[in-house]
Design a protein around this ligand. Sequence first.
Ligand SMILES: NC(=O)c1ccc[n+]([C@@H]2O[C@H](COP(=O)([O-])OP(=O)(O)OC[C@H]3O[C@@H](n4cnc5c(N)ncnc54)[C@H](OP(=O)(O)O)[C@@H]3O)[C@@H](O)[C@H]2O)c1
Length: 327
Amino acid sequence: MKTRKLGNSGLEVSELGLGCMGLSFAYGPTIDHKDAIKLLHAAVERGVTLFDTAEAYGPFTNEELLGEALAPFRQRLVIATKFGFQNGDPIIGVDSHPDTIRKVAEESLKRLKTDYIDLFYQHRVDPKIPIEDVAGTVKDLISEGKVKHFGMSEASVQSIRKAHAVQPVAALQSEYSLWWREPEQEIILTLEELGIGFVPFSPLGRGFLTGAITENTTFDKTDFRNSLPRFSADARKANQAMVDLLSNIAREKQGTPAQIALAWLLAQKPWIVPIPGTTKLHRLEENLGAVKIELTAGELAQIEKAAAEIKIEGARYPEELQKRVGK
Ligand SMILES: NC(=O)c1ccc[n+]([C@@H]2O[C@H](COP(=O)([O-])OP(=O)(O)OC[C@H]3O[C@@H](n4cnc5c(N)ncnc54)[C@H](OP(=O)(O)O)[C@@H]3O)[C@@H](O)[C@H]2O)c1
């Protein structure tokens, strides 16, 4: 697989990474441990070098899973993890106190069975802690060799600029896809100006953009998507128009809607690296196939024009979680 550079950081990764959250967390019952290990190995064999996890996924179990599965290949991989919640639990609230960041780094290193974290993201900005102190703490961890690069997630341009002045930010990880284009307003321009890479999360719209989810889909009661207004049955019905658009382009390009959703992201900037997540080998292969689909300027314009006609319904987060983004 080809590689991409995340901004000016020097961090080079496969053009598609693997989002590992769903292997332990968020989308209903998880798969068997053995199968999760197999999926991670399959991704390594297929050339994926960027693996995305967080203390919060589980909490803790996703990092442990990656530690177990990826230790044999450690040196050729880029492992990204995240700090920033109280006791690692997003339900409790944010916590980026410098002592917490240091503690999480030590514990993540143990769980990941490694002596360095390639990319250490702040999961959400903590309004109680000056962002300069967060960047300064990560800077210290970098000088100690425990962390290689600093990342942020769902941060505002103001926070990105302030943090970047203390410790250069290698990558921002925020949601971006054909049904969530807010980063185009100012985030992407700022990243380009500062030379920061962009790692879009939920690049398949948490599964919706693939066409596998319809208004009739029922999610397991533990599935996080039950709480998202954009996944209400009415919103899913209304938003099907975006899936239809992707399906039409997919037919023309002999691909699948998931592949078009990813190819569209890859076509936006050469320093964008999406991290689709899946628990299934055949979908991993399908998603990685997106790198072979090149959308021409004409096709991108066609998508742009058609997408502008579609009004996406439903907030992407419930109110409580919306308050944590863009800080
Ligand atoms: N920084 C943050 O705050 C944040 C927030 C959310 C996510 N993330 C990161 O971003 C990664 C990716 O995001 P995500 O997992 O939320 O969403 P996503 O990658 O947009 O979609 C994942 C969902 O789509 C399904 N799927 C994947 N490929 C498919 C295909 N080809 N056809 C049909 N369905 C398919 C998966 O189900 P199956 O497993 O059944 O295939 C899963 O339910 C996460 O794993 C995590 O590492 C970060």
